[in-house]
Design a protein around this ligand. Structure first.
Ligand SMILES: NC(=O)C1=CN([C@@H]2O[C@H](COP(=O)(O)OP(=O)(O)OC[C@H]3O[C@@H](n4cnc5c(N)ncnc54)[C@H](O)[C@@H]3O)[C@@H](O)[C@H]2O)C=CC1
Ligand SMILES: O=C([O-])C1=[NH+]CCC1
Length: 312
C-alpha cells in the first residue's frame, strides 16, 4: 500500500496497446455507461479550466469502473497551436489508483492512450453507422489523431480510396508520405469530401471545416475535434440534416459547440446503440460527435498496466 507509484513512459505504454484488445473493452464500457440503471460506471463530465495566458485548457477526467475495480484520472492539456510551432496540441498523463486504499499505483504517459482510444471509438461508430458499402474514407486534418484514425480505419475496413486534406498542403503531403498505404492528397476540403462514404474530422479548428452541402447523403461523419462549447468543426446544415450520435449526452450538452450552437438534437449515445436500446440509422446521414471520456482512458490504462505487470 505504501509502495511508490510506477512510472510508464510513452514508449512502454504504446507497445502493448493494440486495437484488437481495446475495441471490445471500449464497447463494453460504453454500453455500461449508457445503461441508466447501471451504477457500475461512474464518470462525471470533464472539468476544464482555461489556461488564460497561453490559450490552452487543462481537463480533468476521473472515472471509476466497479466491475474491473479500476479507478483512474486523466489530466489532459490541449491548445490550438499554429502548425509551424511543431508542438503537440494535446498532452496527457494518466493515474491509476488502488481503489481499496486510494493510493496512486501507476503514473503513465497518456499520449498514445489518447490517440488510440479516440480512434478506436470513432471506428466503433463507423462499424455501427457507416454505409454498408463504404469505399471512400476522407480525413480532414493531418495531425496525430489523423495518423491513429488512418491506422485503425485501414486495419478494420477495406477502402478503395483514402483521401486527406489539411489546412496546409505540405502537412497533408507529409501525412501521405508517412503512412503505409496509398493516400490521395487534396488542396480543397470540399473536393476531398465529394462522394466520400465516411469522413473523419480531426482538426484543431474552432470554425466549421465540413459543410452539410458537401456531404453525400447517407455518409457517416466521425467528428473528433471542437471540444469547447464555442468551437465548431461542422456547420449548421450538417448538424440539422444528420442524425446525431454522441459518446455522452451530458458531455455533449456542456462541451460541444457543434451541438450547442446549432441547437441539434442528440439521437443517441453510442452505448445505447451497442446496448440495442436505440437504432443505428445506417441509411441516413449520421454524425458521431466525439468528445472523449474518462472511462475510455480507464479501460486503456488498465489494459496497459495489466500487460506491463504480466511482462515483469
Ligand atoms: N474526441 C476526443 O476524444 C479527442 C479529441 N481530440 C481533438 O482532436 C483534434 C485533433 O487533435 P490532434 O490530431 O492531436 O492535433 P494536431 O495538432 O496533431 O493536428 C491538428 C490538425 O488540425 C489542422 N488544423 C489546425 N487548425 C486548423 C484550421 N483552422 N482549419 C483546418 N485545419 C486546421 C492542422 O493542420 C493539423 O493537421 C483536436 O481538436 C483535439 O482537441 C484530441 C483527443 C481526444
Ligand atoms: O478526451 C480527450 O482526451 C480530449 N478530448 C478533447 C481534447 C482531449
Amino acid at each position: 500500500m505504501t509502495e511508490q507509484p510506477v512510472f510508464l513512459s510513452n514508449d512502454v505504454v504504446a507497445r502493448p496497446l493494440s486495437y484488437d484488445d481495446l475495441i471490445p473493452r471500449l464497447e463494453e464500457v460504453l454500453g455500461k455507461f449508457s445503461r441508466s440503471d447501471s451504477s457500475d460506471v461512474v464518470q462525471p463530465v470533464r472539468s476544464v479550466i482555461p489556461i488564460k495566458n497561453h490559450s490552452g485548457f487543462l481537463g480533468m477526467m476521473p472515472a471509476y469502473i466497479a466491475h474491473e475495480d479500476t479507478l483512474c484520472m486523466k489530466m489532459v492539456a490541449f491548445y490550438r497551436r499554429e502548425e509551424n510551432l511543431n508542438l503537440p496540441s494535446t498532452q496527457a498523463t494518466v493515474l491509476l489508483f488502488n481503489p481499496e486504499y486510494g493510493n496512486v499505483t501507476v503514473v503513465m504517459d497518456g499520449t498514445d492512450i489518447t490517440h488510440k482510444r479516440t480512434a478506436a471509438v470513432s471506428a466503433i461508430s463507423a462499424k455501427l453507422l457507416m454505409p454498408a458499402q463504404s469505399d471512400v474514407l476522407c480525413i480532414l486534418g493531418c495531425g496525430h489523431q489523423a495518423f491513429s484514425h488512418y491506422e485503425i480505419f485501414t486495419q478494420l475496413f477495406s477502402f478503395k480510396e483514402v483521401r486527406v486534406w489539411s489546412r496546409r498542403l505540405e502537412t497533408a503531403e507529409r501525412f501521405a508520405a508517412g503512412v503505409p498505404g496509398p493516400v490521395k492528397v487534396f488542396s480543397s476540403a470540399k473536393e476531398a469530401v465529394h462522394g466520400a462514404d465516411i469522413i473523419v474530422t480531426v482538426t484543431t479548428s474552432s470554425e466549421p471545416v465540413l459543410f452539410g452541402e458537401w456531404v453525400k447523403p447517407g455518409a457517416h461523419v466521425a467528428a473528433v475535434g471542437a471540444c469547447r462549447p464555442d468551437w465548431r468543426e461542422l456547420d449548421d446544415v450538417l448538424m440539422r440534416d444528420a442524425v446525431i450520435y454522441v459518446d455522452s449526452r451530458d458531455g455533449a450538452a456542456v462541451e460541444s459547440g457543434d451541438i450547442i450552437l446549432s441547437g441539434a438534437d442528440v439521437f443517441a449515445e453510442l452505448g445505447e446503440v451497442l446496448n440495442g436500446t436505440r437504432p443505428a440509422l445506417r441509411n441516413k446521414t449520421t454524425v458521431f460527435k466525439s468528445l472523449g471520456m474518462g472511462i475510455q482512458d480507464a479501460v486503456a490504462a488498465k489494459l496497459v498496466f495489466d500487460k506491463w505487470k504480466s511482462s515483469q
